[in-house]
Design a protein around this ligand. Structure first.
Ligand code: MLT
Length: 417
């Protein structure tokens, strides 16, 4: 028998969202009459914008013509899309990013999960707690951590607790980390990082020779003009950070698949002899070896997000989800829940009532209101006692879910928490 990768056996449980899906399926089978409302996984529900659909069709048509047909494309993405990103997402905000520093991919989940491959196994990683589980699980799989402690943590990882006291924004650690995963606007808490906070992180990374892995998949949901959308809006970030972005939540691409990673040419690690090695070169090698690019029509469709019509239509999508976020935030607060996030992010983070555990609240909400959310403890031990609701549902469903919870508020929240 072939020897397996033992590190997989360290993984504490199934991946969070399939586990939720399993419980929901079980409930639905036992209660076929229940109309479930899903505000769990952050999956979009509104159709792709027209400008995107038209471009998608054009891309497909080109594949039907002998002259315009395309086979393999460049693994790192077509120039037209990389240039549109560099211009619209970065230069337009005063951040200097070149098209050839952008790697198009099929998702930020894959990119944030795969990036650890180009770093040594003895790199120390720092993550927020609670955290998007992909960052941790992929490092466990690679063998960069010690065993699971049975309480939600793995040995060797530097966890940075995010609590009500620190506004769910991790504090600069006293210890040194090689790789720091940051996600703003944050999944799961909906917290955002001010310019000052990001400056602090860039300074920390410069001082400690660390690399920041900045996940900005939700940047489009920022409405406060003082909040940076990119780590590259901060001076000095190009030498110490890379950034992950996605069309998934911004433009409804969760099923269509398109994202990108920005790796500045200045960003470097060191080899065994202490020599400086650009990360761009390593990621280029990895990407071109293990990936054959996003399909041409999808890249044409993604580029349409930056057309004037595309921008306006994407804006309307985001506004619709952020209106849901407002309804959830205000509706849950009216029911007596203590709520966070949801102002510059599509996630609402709430404190579970009566000191209930996160999974207990998940089960109660499912059983009593037939509403699906995400237990905070699924994102790490500091998420215990919290619960995440996603604003990506349809408005009528959001309203119905809130009405159901409101009718049950005596059960959930007998008095203010
Ligand atoms: C979430 O619900 O946290 C997201 O949908 C996960 C993801 O984007 O992979």
């Amino acid at each position: 028998m072939a020897r397996i990768n033992d590190h997989y056996l360290k993984l504490a449980a199934g991946y969070l969202f399939p586990e939720i899906a399993r419980r929901v399926k079980e409930f639905a089978q036992a209660h076929p009459q229940a109309r479930l409302i899903r505000l769990g996984i952050g999956d979009v529900t509104l159709p792709l914008p027209n400008a995107v659909i038209e471009a998608f069709h054009r891309g497909v048509e080109e594949l039907a013509g002998q002259k315009s047909f395309k086979g393999y494309g460049p693994e790192q993405g077509y120039g037209f899309l990389r240039e549109a990103i560099a211009q619209n997402d970065y230069r337009a905000r005063g951040a200097s990013v070149e098209a050839d520093e952008i790697f198009i991919s099929d998702g930020s989940k894959c990119d944030t999960g795969n990036i650890q491959e180009v770093f040594s196994l003895d790199c120390r990683i720092a993550v927020a707690d609670p955290v998007y589980p992909v960052y941790v699980d992929t490092n466990v799989m690679a063998g960069r951590t010690g065993p699971y402690d049975g309480k939600g943590r793995y040995g060797g990882i530097l966890y940075m607790p995010c609590t009500e006291e620190n506004g769910f924004v991790p504090e600069l650690p006293e210890e040194r980390a090689d790789l720091i995963y940051l996600c703003f606007p944050n999944n799961p808490t909906g917290a955002v990082a001010s310019r000052q906070v990001l400056k602090g992180w860039v300074e920390y990374a410069r001082k400690n020779d660390s690399i920041i892995l900045y996940d900005a998949a939700y940047e489009a949901f920022i409405s406060d003009p003082s909040i940076p959308h990119s780590i590259f809006e901060i001076d000095g970030a190009r030498e110490v950070a890379m950034e992950f972005r996605s069309f998934s939540k911004t433009a409804g691409f969760t099923g269509t698949r398109c994202a990108f990673t920005v790796i500045p040419k200045e960003l470097a690690g060191r080899d065994a002899g202490g020599g400086r090695v650009p990360i761009h070169r390593l990621w280029m090698r990895r990407h071109t070896t293990k990936f054959n690019g996003v399909s041409y029509p999808v890249q044409v469709a993604a580029a349409a997000v930056y057309s004037p019509e595309g921008k306006a239509q994407v804006r309307r999508l985001i506004d619709a989800y952020m209106e849901n976020a407002r309804l959830i935030r205000e509706g849950m607060a009216e029911c007596g829940f203590k709520v966070f996030g949801g102002a510059n992010a599509p996630y609402i983070w709430l404190k579970t009532p009566k000191g209930m555990g996160s999974w207990e609240f998940f089960d109660q909400l499912l059983a009593k209101a037939n509403v699906v959310g995400t237990p905070g403890s699924g994102f790490g031990p500091a998420g215990e006692g919290y619960f995440r609701l996603s604003a990506f549902g349809q408005r009528a469903d959001v309203e119905e879910a809130l009405a159901r919870i409101n009718r049950l508020k005596g059960f959930f929240v007998p008095e203010r928490i």
